[in-house]
Design a protein around this ligand. Structure first.
Ligand code: ADP
Ligand code: MG
Length: 357
């Protein structure tokens, strides 16, 4: 193997492994030596699957990339390293051209790249937290009703000055009741009713209602790929997902409004790493806004419930989004800098023949 310029290989910031035929390791770049904690000399000629222990069947995916002579992108693959360290990575398997047995593996460790959302891992935590919150919500509602009733009774016999205080009690209690209602809606979220649907129909529906409400100050642009196949989804729940993203973009933009670009496209190599070889999530929808961007101090916990930077925010919007997308066997990630914030949703497509155009 000869990389065009000898200086590129050691300079690559992400771990890179070059394979010969039979999935034998030919070369490691320094980042890969560091990542695997082993010198190149030790690993050369050894089976890659013995050193990259993944929660997907790596050999099967390597064979697939070779057979297709096309790069495969595997998201959210867990790699077990020595010392019981588990690291979540995105993996790129790139065959070096037709008829060549050589293959390049690029690893993008999430902890190092830290850009795309770690939504899937968070989702389990979110579920537990939501279950608890839902239980609490039920328990808190009764005493709240008591407090409200008592404050109303008190108010009847009070002068104007004191009534301001009971009004405050009533107003604040109402806020808690509203919050609880949202938490309960969350807990009640049923499993999606998955049917083949055109994602653009859902996007248009969400956009129309957002324009009338939460995102009325925003200008929308779309870049749809009209040839996109159908996905399997619950139209109502997916509309809720996009409505939340549009509302967040509008809130971030502030009173002067801003621009939202909705883009859809097909990415054949994108797979979601899960137990048993993973599944394809080739259908992509990106929602991009030109607002100030996500504040760095919440970027890591964005999809967790009750994480909000807004004074009256509940922090439930993105937790709900991530739960729904996970129930759709998809994934969501985010990249953000001032002026460009993009939420990207990746979904499976409906089985062939089911409603595809
Ligand atoms: N498009 C965006 N631009 C900037 N920040 C965002 C955007 N979307 C979400 N956020 C941040 O993520 C936080 C959590 O969002 P969300 O879960 O919808 O809860 P909430 O909207 O109630 O605050 C927001 O408070 C905001 O700080
Ligand atoms: Mg929100």
């Amino acid at each position: 193997m000869k990389v065009g310029d000898d200086r590129i290989w050691p300079a690559l910031p992400m771990p890179a492994v070059m394979l010969d035929q039979g999935d034998l390791i030919a070369e490691l770049n320094p980042a890969a030596e560091y990542f695997l904690n082993a010198p190149e000399k030790l690993l050369q000629g050894r089976q890659v699957t013995a050193f990259l222990r993944t929660d997907i069947d790596l050999a099967v995916n390597l064979a697939r990339a070779r057979a297709d002579t096309a790069p495969l992108f595997l998201r959210d693959v867990t790699i077990s390293l020595e010392g019981d360290r588990d690291i979540t990575c995105d993996l790129q398997l790139a065959p070096l051209g037709e008829g060549s047995a050589e293959m390049l593996i690029l690893l993008h460790p999430r902890q190092i790249v830290g850009q795309l959302g770690r939504a899937l891992k968070v989702q389990t935590a979110a579920r537990t937290a939501i279950g608890l919150a839902d239980m609490l919500a039920h328990e808190i509602k009764n005493p709240l009703a008591g407090i409200t009733g008592a404050a109303q009774l008190l108010a009847m016999n009070l002068g104007q000055a004191d009534r301001e205080l009971t009004d405050l009690i009533l107003e604040e209690t109402r806020r808690i009741v509203d919050l609880l209602a949202q938490v309960e809606q969350f807990g009640d979220l049923r499993k999606p009713d998955l049917r083949p649907l055109n994602i653009h129909d859902v996007l248009e529906r969400a956009r129309r209602s957002a324009c009338l409400g939460a995102a009325s100050g925003m200008r929308f642009r779309d870049q749809y790929d009209p040839s996109l196949p159908y996905t399997l989804g619950d139209a109502g729940q997916l509309a809720q997902v996009f409505a939340n993203l549009f509302a967040n973009a509008a809130e971030a933009a502030g009173p002067n409004g801003g621009n939202i670009t909705i883009r859809s496209y097909y990415e054949p190599g994108l797979r979601l790493g899960d137990a048993g070889g993973g599944h394809a999530v080739p259908l992509q929808v990106e929602v991009t806004d030109d607002g100030p961007g996500i504040s760095p101090n919440i970027a890591d916990s964005l999809f967790q419930p009750f994480v909000s930077s807004r004074e009256n925010g509940t922090g439930l919007g993105l937790a709900l989004v991530s739960k729904i997308i996970s129930d759709h066997n998809g994934t969501i990630g985010v990249t953000s800098r001032p002026g460009v914030t993009t939420f990207r949703i990746s979904l499976p497509i409906a089985p062939a023949g089911k409603g595809t155009d």
